[in-house]
Design a protein around this ligand. Structure first.
Ligand code: ATP
Length: 287
């Protein structure tokens, strides 16, 4: 009997993203609040009769070799647990690529969870997170999901209550943004007066107060990406004109999101964006 394992790989958005300073090791020390949303890639895993990793995806835009973060996850997992059997991985992409939604990191996280089940390893989440950290700073969060405060490079995590039920409208202009290029253009002196108030975001989550949460959404990378891609500012403007109380870029962008309580308003915002860009989504927070 062929055992087939399926895993969902949900996207994340940043409710806040702050950069505190640049560390001696070259990484930026961040403080951010992340939450998972119901926009997911779907991955399928099965043991193979070869001993390598064979990857297939319906998307022309993701590599099927070790440039793919899910492939790297499979390599590290096999090495860590001395697995000689090969694996076939199928990735069905739904999360837009290079969008600030951690699609690649979430596929890597889903691969670690999926192979843990496929090979009956039963490694606890924190061990999977240790492996994930080697792939990228967002991977440990994607392994646990939900909502969390992320510090360090983003890998030191503290679970938080998820936002109160609401709609998430997302729009991605037809450009990809490289996270590295945004960080390289970030001037830490410029953000000295514009740090998001992360404690207020946490307080709003604890109080389950959506309006307060929306009031304190913040992302220090947003002005940097906007300097390069004016479309991000335009999407924010369309969202607020259509009734969103606040709209914020996720990660290094270029995806912008708005949180909305009422479905009729969410629908209005969604429709107003549809004429401007192709990648528009109306989804729920994953609680
Ligand atoms: P982050 O917010 O973590 O920087 P992102 O959403 O901006 O992530 P990804 O969609 O993860 O960006 O893609 C960034 C780059 O990673 C792309 O150039 C892509 O070629 C590469 N990549 C590697 N593996 C994957 C994958 N499984 N899915 C999508 N992109 C991948």
């Amino acid at each position: 009997m062929v055992i087939v394992i399926f895993e969902k790989a949900p996207a994340k958005i940043n409710l806040s993203l702050d950069v505190l300073h640049k560390r001696d090791d070259g990484y930026h020390e961040v403080e951010m609040v992340l939450t998972t949303i119901d926009l997911s890639d779907r991955l399928k895993f099965e043991k193979a009769n070869h001993n390598g990793i064979a990857m297939v995806s319906q998307s022309r835009y993701v590599p099927n070799d070790n440039r793919n973060l899910a492939y790297q996850a499979a390599e590290l997992f096999k090495k860590r647990f001395n697995i000689e059997t090969g694996v076939n991985i199928h990735i069905e992409k739904h999360i837009p690529i290079a969008a600030g939604l951690a699609g690649g990191s979430s596929d890597a996280a889903a691969t670690l969870r999926g192979l843990n089940r496929l090979f009956d390893i039963h490694a606890p989440l924190n061990v999977l997170q240790e492996i994930g950290e080697e792939i990228g700073s967002d991977v440990p969060f994607c392994i646990q999901g939900g909502t969390a405060l992320g510090k360090g490079r983003g890998e030191i995590l503290k679970p938080l209550p998820s936002p109160p039920p609401c709609w998430v409208i997302l729009a991605k202009p037809a450009i990809g943004v490289s996270t590295q290029s945004v960080y390289s253009q970030l001037n830490l002196d410029d953000i000295a007066l514009a740090h998001p108030n992360t404690s207020k975001v946490i307080e709003a989550l604890e109080k389950q107060d959506l309006n307060e949460l929306i009031d304190h959404l913040g992302n220090v990378l947003e002005p940097v990406t906007i300097t390069m891609h004016k479309e991000v500012a335009r999407i924010k403007e369309i969202m607020t004109r259509a009734g969103a109380k606040g709209a914020m870029m996720s990660g290094s962008g270029p995806t912008v999101f708005a949180l909305v309580k009422q479905e009729s308003k969410a629908e209005r915002i969604y429709n107003s964006l549809k004429g401007y860009c192709k990648d528009v989504y109306k989804v729920r927070i994953l609680r």
